[in-house]
Design a protein around this ligand. Structure first.
Ligand code: PEP
Ligand code: MG
Length: 748
């Protein structure tokens, strides 16, 4: 085979481009392409295999193999050399193909005559589309240049095939981005939604793949890379040294942007005939293919950074911004790799659901999605590659599943499920004004958790008797800079107005751990959940806490005010916080502001130690609110955000219930009011157990109030207490099985 030169490759690409621009039917065109490649590379065989479905490749065109094998020969993923190229998304280059491991000879193709084999994946941005193969009689290894040249050709084919240029409708390949796909992820916010995909960052569309003038194209690339570097430096200067994590990402961007290897590979692609955009995308595709094979999470993150950088470069080259002019579809479901809390808040209630390729259960975006009560599924692999703007999509937040372009039977079943839930909600709505009283006459107070002004409209419709927990940090997290006191006053006043006389328990800023404000300095901590967070920050750096307390007093403007402090671990922390509040009250009085008509000051019990505090602490606190999410993570030493352990221990384990009973007793003897405001309060069976051990008030997501109330009204709380006592006496590990049995006997 003659040695290939840059000019050969360029000529080949030009011929391919000319061929593509002819209006010949798909199959004919694909046949011609294989002929052109074989001729140009001086080999006897060139074949294109495309995926029929995710597991099967089909020979779709060939020059050199038997024509009757076309559309007949099929291979499973991983089968034979072709199947292995597809599976590993890596080239195979062999002088003696039959001696390669995994070789499988397909007699119907007549390939036995050919000794050498070079196969490269046809892929586009992580999507595996097929395999391009050349074979020759002569037993020889292909040079790096030839391999590289073939990859460039495969890139061009990938673009064309995606445009549906080659194959008829009957192959699954032609229906890429049309087939139904079901993807599994992780539940971050329960609920179901049906709608249409809205890509947060739509793909950059590339139209010119092949260049006419490499020199001009190289200049364009170098110009764009120069602009990219400047823009990263600007971002770094703007970010300052405050946000370490952000800085680290930008450092990586900068490192890649200055990487000679990356630039060299793209320059090489251009010399071989690709346009600057196509060269960027080719390297991006290769990085994505690597991404899928990297098990190390840190390295995967770095490859993601490179992916982001490539997108930035593509946007500079094409001039395409995030705004593509596309109109947001009806019932939009946001699909993104990840999204910040501020961006999500900007979309607000327009969205029906959110699906993220990454994300974390405790991330800010998740907290916001929860506050907005929109179903959210995270860690959904490949969703941004699979989904196109406007695609029909079903989000099952409860099961952590996503159906993209579902067929009719799936849609119908899904709608049935949604209709059943809507019916149940209607039933719950009829209970709205009825109290949560068990058959034995025990009354449980049900309150709602909130964190955004947007939640408050659900107060009247939920049937909640108060806001048991108002998480104030959301207003801080979702912004670029610290809110001013006057803004806080307006905000809190609106919350109190909207509550219309019902109590709102404002929790002071709970930052640190997973909740990090971009504008605040924070130390690098080895274990932030047990680190400098919540009230600890407030006591050490009182400026923000004082401002918040002043704002709350002013917002109450003579009305009753309830304030609670998060993560109190020692009684002295509570006393200091309470004293601080009292000093602010005094200051406000001196400044002539109206003071709250009634002030209630409480502590969140989220650390086990507080349960054993002296009685004086419980007497000093007006109320205690158990933050079950944190309390449980510390009780079981199981990180609430770690998928591997977060569901491992049961709230209804006898050990946890026994501990909670101690808290109930301590509050009872000191006459401190007690409530429970962790997520578990919103799970009906768990809520029943919490009521059974004597917790008189439960605070939960508004949507949970109906189901919890419905179960409490059907149950006898005294019987629940007895069941728990029996389970404890028998030394069983969990009360759940016995309680589930009991619940199954209750009439609907
Ligand atoms: C809790 O820890 O249970 C709680 C209500 O607070 P957060 O979930 O905001 O930490
Ligand atoms: Mg907490």
């Amino acid at each position: 085979m003659p040695h290939r030169t840059e000019t050969d490759s360029r000529k080949l690409l030009r011929r391919l481009r000319d061929e593509m621009s002819l209006a010949s039917p798909g199959q004919e065109r694909l046949d011609r392409i294989t002929t052109i490649i074989a001729e140009s590379m001086g080999v006897e065989v060139c074949s294109v295999y495309l995926f029929r479905d995710p597991e099967t490749l089909e020979l779709c065109a060939t020059e050199g193999l038997k024509p009757e094998a076309v559309h007949q020969t099929r291979l499973r993923l991983g089968e034979g050399l072709v199947g292995r190229v597809a599976k590993l998304a890596k080239p195979i280059n062999s002088a003696d193909a039959p001696s390669e491991p995994g070789f499988r000879y397909m007699s119907e193709t007549g390939e036995e005559a050919y000794s050498s084999f070079l196969g490269v994946p046809i892929q586009r941005l992580g999507e595996r589309l097929g395999v391009l193969v050349v074979q020759a009689r002569e037993p020889r290894l292909y040079s790096d240049d030839e391999l590289y040249g073939l990859e460039v050709v495969a890139m061009v084919i990938a673009e064309m095939t995606e445009l549906g240029a080659f194959v008829g409708e009957e192959t699954a390949f032609a229906s890429l981005h049309k087939n139904p796909v079901m993807l599994h992820g992780v539940t971050a916010q329960e609920g179901e939604a049906e709608g249409n995909v809205w890509l947060h960052q739509p793909r950059v569309v590339i139209t010119n793949l092949v260049n006419d003038d490499s020199r001009a194209e190289l200049e364009r690339l170098n110009d764009a890379v120069g602009k990219l570097r400047v823009s990263i430096d600007e971002l770094m200067a703007a970010a300052g040294s405050r946000d370490k994590e952000h800085q680290e990402v930008l450092q990586t961007y900068r490192m890649f942007a200055h990487s000679r290897g990356w630039l060299k590979r793209m320059e090489e692609d251009i010399r071989l005939g690709l346009s600057a955009e196509a060269a960027v995308e080719k390297e991006q595709s290769a990085a994505r293919a690597r991404l899928e094979r990297v098990p190390d999470a840190y390295l995967r993150d770095r490859l993601h950074d490179l992916d982001d950088l490539s997108n930035r470069l593509l946007r500079i080259l094409t001039g395409q911004g995030h705004e593509t002019g596309a109109e947001m579809p009806e019932r939009p479901i946001l699909v993104a790799r990840n999204i910040g809390p501020g961006e999500l808040l900007d979309y607000g209630r327009k969205l029906r659901g959110v699906v993220l390729e990454e994300g974390a259960v405790g991330s800010h975006a998740t907290i916001v999605a929860r506050a907005l009560a929109i179903p959210l599924v995270i860690n959904v692999p490949r969703i941004t590659t699979e989904a196109l703007n406007g695609d029909h999509i079903l989000v099952d937040g409860t099961e952590g599943m996503v159906h993209l372009r579902p067929d009719d039977s799936v849609s119908t079943a899904f709608r049935d499920k949604m209709a059943m839930q809507a019916k149940a909600q209607e039933r719950y709505a009829s209970l709205r004004d009825k109290p949560a009283v068990g058959r034995c006459g025990t009354r449980v107070t049900l309150k709602m958790n909130a964190g955004l002004m947007a939640d408050l409209p659900s107060l009247p419709s939920s049937g909640a008797e108060a806001v048991g927990l108002f998480r104030t940090e959301l207003q801080f997290l979702a912004r670029e800079k610290m809110p001013r006191r006057s803004e806080l006053v307006v905000n809190y006043a609106r919350v109190i107005d909207a509550a219309d006389g019902k109590d709102v328990h404002f929790r002071t800023l709970d930052i640190g751990s997973d909740k990090v404000m971009p504008y605040m300095n924070r130390p690098d901590e080895p274990n932030p959940a047990m680190g400098w967070r919540a009230l600890r920050v407030g006591l050490d750096k009182p400026g923000v806490l004082r401002m918040q307390l002043q704002a709350l007093i002013r917002a109450a403007n003579g009305r009753p005010l309830s304030v609670m402090f998060p993560l109190v671990a020692a009684p002295s922390e509570f006393s200091r916080a309470r004293d601080m509040l009292m000093r602010e009250i005094e200051r406000e009085r001196r400044l002539g502001h109206v003071l709250p008509e009634r002030l209630q000051v409480g502590a969140m019990l989220e650390c086990c130690a507080l349960a054993y505090a002296p009685k004086s602490f419980f007497q000093e606190a007006d109320f205690i609110s158990i933050g079950g999410n944190d309390l449980k993570q510390f009780f079981f030493a199981a990180d609430r955000e770690n998928e591997l352990v977060r569901r491992r221990y049961d709230t209804l384990s006898t050990s946890f219930l026994t501990f909670l009973q101690l808290v109930v007793d301590r509050c009872y003897e000191a006459e401190a009011r007690l409530s429970f405001c962790g997520e578990d309060a919103g799970r009906p069976v768990d809520a029943l157990a919490l009521a059974g051990i004597g917790i008189p008030a439960l605070s939960m997501r508004p949507a949970s109030i109906g189901p919890v109330k419905s179960l409490i009204r059907r149950a006898n709380i005294n019987e629940v207490s007895e069941i728990i006592a029996r389970v404890q006496a028998r030394g069983l590990e969990s009360a759940r099985p016995a309680l589930l049995d009991y619940v199954s006997t209750l009439v609907e």
